[in-house]
Design a protein around this ligand. Structure first.
Ligand code: 3HC
Ligand code: NAI
Length: 699
């Protein structure tokens, strides 16, 4: 018998204990181990029933995702589940942590399920671009009904133990020791002669399905999960459970699973799953480097970013000072924070008590002296080097040794900021994205002298505040904003050449972006880019192509949503962009001025030019070592810029297309549109060598 699955007896009950750290994923060895332990339990004359329980932090968290890129290996999970279901002795699953995917499917193969109060159950396969592949879509509807099952499966969102109990997904909640509770339940099964209940035989709930159920679900998820195939396929599977006998339903599910597993969307979503986890692994910052504890925090600047950053600390239970330069500005900043939280209460996302708690953790102040004991200070004042330096000099004088001094700058040189302190090793960039209390991305900017402890601390902090941290190097715009410039610039050229802003936006929205570049610029504020372009004007080569449409829009005082107009106009209280004849006329005038005859552009060209502009800049960033790996760039674009997850991020998408093809198009654009399209040397090198960004590591 394998080490990772062991059989023992406790009184009248046989216990099968699984131990495959970290999350008890169903590797081949574990699958074989379960079958072996079942046989042992069956042969043990003293065992009247069996309990299946896991060691470590969780019940089985699913199939082993690393196996999906290899040919299926026998026994597949469905065989394990058949063994469980066919066991002559009742099997009770004892669930703690998360029973996810294949883990929940395993539990559904057991005759009964007992859960710890903190346990969660779910079928999150759609998050990996899959459908459950070991009977989950056939058994769950039979157990709890197709409507609830389809919600759980198509959303991928787990339910907590109480909800699972209410739905009938688990039979009992074990307060206290889980193993003892599960053994007591198994003894009851024996003593009360409860049947060996096989979920596959429960037909009642899959009969008489409400009319229109599946059409409604398809429409709901087409909207909620726009562009994702797997939720739709998951609904097909649940529908099959209501139409086909069990074995035919299982066959249907398996076909759809294997179709999905080899599809581009699942490959992309699995890439993001592992990339997100890889991002925090920094080659020279090993586990031996200790993170500093963060128990108290402070934020300088109570504006758009500062308020949101303070909310992150408060949400994690960390008391935080929020400082601005006048009582009025502080009051204004606190007012916005309060309004944000109040809207959370109204929407039922937090209780009044939680509201009071988080508000109590944010302490407005005008005095830097209050920061003396802070473990971290995040600066979020105006984007001006001189002001930032003044702030850091003050922090250097007041903060205790070891305090993390972080800047939220989006473009400025973190090394220059660090150099104005006597402790550059304690200075780091923490680049939050707007709205800072919502966006999951945190670019962690490593300065030339930033200490390894600080980097470890930044990653720990990002986990504590539920962000995805990605390490980046110092350059103008770091990774995300540096790439966004050529992307937005290209969208302006497309408009200049003949596309309407709404066509550009629609093409990229249909590609899967959360919004197109014009709508995005309106949201971020057109004045931001305008200021940057004005700053760059002095050094811009005279022969470089330049489009001034956005500048002219700004000259009209149209800065985007905040002024009610930008590329689009906005009705008061409504964020939906409305095409505006004023902008159409402005664009036409620019074309006339530059003797450009508007041509019709295909959506394909729009997508290629915008996305390949991202990819080409990404290749430079990778080559320069500003990002450690191409997957880090993908994570940044997914979590910070609304790039479609099902395409895996810009670099993975380019790999999917084939770098030779991408390179060939970039060369064509270079010929047609000039120097800004010069292919990145790394793109050329990898394309010619038949390689991928995903495998590239800088020497
Ligand atoms: N297979 C392989 N490795 C897995 C895994 C899985 N199912 N789930 C997690 N891991 C790995 C992670 O990659 C990570 O590895 P690393 O330490 O080398 O980076 C390690 O386990 C720990 O994972 P997390 O950092 O995510 O740990 P957390 O405690 O934060 O979260 C979790 C635990 C909630 C279980 C989370 O890991 C998770 O959501 N896992 C995926 C669950 C899932 O999607 N299951 C369905 C799989 S598909 C399936 O079952 C198909 C079936 O229907 C046939
Ligand atoms: P903002 O203008 O909304 O807020 C800045 C705040 O800092 C104001 O309340 C101002 O009164 C205060 N302030 C200025 N000088 C100060 C000083 N010396 N001491 C104390 N308070 C001072 O600006 P925003 O948008 O919040 O930006 C702040 C920083 O965050 C900038 O560095 C910006 O580049 C960066 N950033 C902004 C993003 C955005 O989308 N707005 C996104 C990511 C980073």
């Amino acid at each position: 018998m394998s080490e990772i699955a062991t059989y023992r007896r406790e009184g009248r009950i046989g216990v099968i204990a699984l131990n495959n750290p970290p999350v008890n994923a169903l590797s081949l060895a574990l699958r074989k181990g379960i079958i072996a332990c079942l046989a042992e339990g069956a042969a043990d004359a003293g065992a009247e029933a069996l309990v299946l329980i896991c060691e470590g932090r969780t019940f089985i968290a699913g199939a082993d995702i690393t196996e999906f890129d290899r040919p299926p290996m026998d026994p597949f999970l469905d065989i394990v589940i058949e063994h469980l279901e066919a066991s002559p002795k009742a099997v009770v699953a004892a669930i703690h942590g998360t029973a996810l995917g294949g883990g929940l499917e395993t539990a559904l193969g057991c005759h009964y399920r007992v859960a710890a109060p903190s346990a969660k159950c779910g079928l999150p396969e759609v998050s990996l671009g899959l459908v459950p592949g070991a009977g989950g879509t056939q058994r769950l509807p039979r157990l709890i009904g197709p409507a609830d099952a389809a919600q759980i499966i198509a959303s991928g969102v787990p339910v907590n133990a109480k909800k699972a109990h209410d739905l009938g997904l688990v039979d009992a909640i074990a307060e206290g020791d889980l193993l003892a509770g599960a053994i007591a339940f198994a003894e009851r099964v024996v003593d009360e002669k409860m049947p060996l209940r096989k979920v596959r035989d429960l037909e009642e709930k899959v009969k008489n399905v409400p009319e229109g159920l599946f059409e409604g679900l398809r429409a709901e998820f087409a909207q909620k999960q726009r562009g994702f195939n797997s939720p739709q396929r998951a609904i097909d599977c649940v529908e099959a459970a209501t139409q086909l006998p069990m074995d035919a339903g299982l066959k249907r599910e398996r076909e759809i699973f294997f179709e999905a597993v080899t599809g581009d969307q699942s490959k992309a979503q699995r890439h993001i799953f592992f990339s997100e986890r890889a991002a925090s692994k920094i080659p020279d910052v090993g586990k031996e480097i200790q993170a500093q504890p963060i128990k108290t925090a402070a934020v300088v600047g109570a504006g758009t970013m500062g308020g949101g950053i303070a909310m992150n600390f408060a949400n994690a239970g960390i008391p935080v000072y929020l400082l601005d330069s006048t009582p009025e500005l502080l009051e204004k900043g606190m007012g916005i924070v309060r309004k944000n939280y109040e809207s959370g209460v109204k929407k039922g996302r937090m209780t009044e008590v939680q509201f009071e708690q988080v508000m109590g953790l944010i302490r407005p102040t005008l005095a830097y002296e209050d920061f003396a004991n802070a473990d971290i200070v995040v600066e979020a004042v105006f984007e001006e080097m001189e002001i930032k330096k003044q702030v850091f000099e003050k922090l250097d004088a007041i903060c205790k040794p070891g305090c993390v001094l972080a800047t939220n700058t989006s473009t400025l040189d973190v090394n220059e900021i660090a150099a104005c302190t006597k402790r550059p090793e304690s200075v780091i960039g923490l680049h939050f994205f707007s709205p800072a209390n919502v966006m999951k991305l945190l670019e962690i900017v490593r300065g030339a002298k930033t200490s390894k402890e600080l980097i470890a601390t930044a990653f720990e902090l990002s986990k504590a505040i539920k962000k995805v941290g990605v390490l980046v190097g110092v350059c103008d715009g770091f990774v995300g904003n540096r790439m966004v410039h050529p992307y937005v610039r290209e969208s302006m050229f497309l408009v200049e050449e003949g596309a309407a802003p709404e066509q550009v936006d629609q093409a990229l929205y249909d590609f899967g972006f959360a919004m197109g570049p014009c709508a995005m610029s309106d949201l971020a504020g057109l004045d931001v880019g305008w200021r940057i372009r004005k700053r760059q004007a002095a050094t811009r080569p005279l022969d470089e192509r330049y489009c001034d449409i956005a500048d002219k829009i700004c000259e009209l005082g149209r800065y985007g949503q905040k002024t009610g107009a930008g590329w689009y106009r906005y009705e008061p209280g409504n964020r939906a962009p409305q095409p505006d004849p004023v902008v159409t006329e402005l664009i036409a005038a620019v074309r006339r001025e530059n003797s450009i005859e508007a041509r019709s552009l295909s959506n394909e060209e729009i997508v290629e030019r915008c996305v390949y502009a991202l990819v080409n800049e990404g290749a430079r960033i990778l080559e320069e070592g500003i990002a450690l790996r191409s997957s880090d760039i993908d994570v940044i674009y997914i979590y910070g810029y609304g790039f479609p997850v099902f395409r895996g991020g810009p670099m993975f998408y380019a790999d999917t297309i084939g770098l030779d093809k991408v390179y060939a198009r970039v060369c064509e654009f270079h010929k047609q549109h000039g120097g800004l399209w010069a292919p990145a040397p790394l793109l050329k090198e990898l394309a010619e060598a038949g390689k991928r960004f995903t495998d590239y590591r800088r020497a």
